[in-house]
Write a protein that binds this ligand. Structure first.
Ligand code: ATP
Ligand code: MG
Length: 393
């Protein structure tokens, strides 16, 4: 019977949060592994065990677990049930380790035993040595403690032990859901999907909000937003995307306010509409992909003026990152190729040749007097469309 033993970073767990964290991680793993014939997912002391069915495809389990935040590392493991007589347990371990290394290509190896329950009457080092000697005799290979080709991991629990020979990296972070919900403003660009990813990695459930230029532009940006949410959904398993027609709202801003302030006024209006949706969804913050100084709307002055339109905290996880760093991460997550597809971003609609880079709150507020803000917010909310995404689909 094969198992997957999953480890999380102990350091992430502080006191009373621990059961909450474990419970959430178990739940997220169950959902992520749906339809793969998993027998059970349960919390053991300090780790989580997934028991695979006979037909469960390990490759798929591997790729899904690799996207569950909170997982530090994991391995496919063989269970060994421990006997009252330690010598008998050791013999069982030897035979399971022998099978596990059979046919593997390696020249050097080490055994690394961890006892979660110290009552087993041999120390970890004793077990390392006994099993190591057995593997040497069986295969003729050498022990190397520094840089072994193969590490044979043995985890000793109370009634059973687990043997594994290959460790997979998890994505780290915190289980999605333990940090509440946030509303992520998602453009079709490179940055905002990365910002959303980083918040999900810190345990937030992301609700996505995209403003598109229809009826003045094609559907392209809207379709990109859908594709991006689809790519991000495996990390949180279920996503909601609000699509808001913004073209008409922009047209009214253009009619009612001076040209240089348009970009900031658009952004303030996005904040207000997103905030209203965020409250309905129970989100505690808004998230944007702003990076300091990147474009006109992201100067120190304008960031403050945009943020002032919302009462909820505005989080900007990319604020101190360079474009190259953000792009690298977008490539790793898999959103980059979609983000660079050409589109008609609503932000470029009716944009003046020289947008103001240093707006002043008093001046901006004065220029908003010519607009019926409540009516514009209402219009955005009424025309919002909701799309839902599930993984596995
Ligand atoms: P991105 O790559 O995320 O588009 P950017 O560098 O192009 O970012 P801006 O276009 O100024 O910067 O957008 C800054 C942030 O404002 C975006 O990261 C996003 O969070 C939000 N935003 C911009 N346009 C939209 C939109 N059409 N719908 C939703 N949010 C948007
Ligand atoms: Mg953009």
């Amino acid at each position: 019977m094969r198992c997957v033993i999953i480890h999380y970073h102990e350091l992430a767990l502080k006191g009373r949060n621990r059961p909450f964290f474990e419970h959430r991680l178990v739940r997220n793993l169950r959902l992520a592994l749906k339809n793969l014939g998993i027998k059970q997912v349960d919390a053991l002391p300090g780790r989580i065990r997934v028991t695979l069915g006979n037909e469960t495809p390990w490759e798929q389990v591997k790729s899904r677990v690799a996207r569950v935040f909170g997982v530090a590392h994991f391995s496919l493991a063989q269970p060994v049930s421990l006997q009252p007589d330690p010598q008998q347990s050791l013999d069982l371990l030897k035979s399971v380790v022998g099978e596990a290394v059979h046919g593997l290509q390696f020249n050097t190896f080490r055994v690394s035993t961890k006892r979660a329950d110290k009552r087993f009457p041999m120390t970890s080092l004793d077990i390392d040595r006994a099993i190591g000697a057995h593997v040497c005799a069986l295969t003729g290979k050498r022990v190397s403690l520094g840089h072994p080709d193969l590490t044979i991991a043995i985890e000793m629990l109370t009634r059973e032990a687990y043997v594994s020979v290959h460790r997979e990296a998890g994505p780290g972070g915190l289980p999605v859901g333990i940090s509440g919900k946030v509303a992520c403003l998602l453009s079709g660009g490179i940055d905002s999907p990365v910002a959303a990813y980083r918040m999900m990695k810190r345990g937030c459930k992301a609700v996505f909000v995209h403003f598109h230029g229809r009826p003045f532009v094609s559907r392209a940006s809207e379709e990109k937003a859908r594709d991006i949410v689809q790519i991000l959904t495996p990390y949180q398993l279920y996503s909601r995307l609000y699509l808001i027609p913004f073209g008409e709202i922009q047209r009214q801003i253009v009619l009612g306010a001076p040209a240089p302030f348009r970009v900031v006024l658009y952004r303030r209006m996005m904040m207000r509409i997103a905030e209203e949706l965020a409250r309905r969804e129970g989100c505690w913050a808004l998230v944007t992909g702003d990076s300091l100084g990147q474009v006109a709307s992201q100067t120190p002055e304008n960031l403050g003026v945009v943020e002032e339109a919302a009462q909820l905290p505005v989080l900007r996880p990319l604020i101190g990152m360079d474009k190259i760093e953000i792009t690298d991460q977008a490539q790793r997550i898999g959103t980059f190729e979609t983000s660079i597809e050409p589109d008609q971003d609503c932000c470029r609609l009716f944009v003046p040749p020289h947008p103001s880079t240093k707006s002043n709150l008093d001046v901006i507020k004065k220029s908003e007097r010519g607009l019926d803000l409540d009516a514009l917010i209402k219009q955005g909310l009424e025309r919002a469309e909701l799309a839902e995404f599930n993984f596995p689909a």
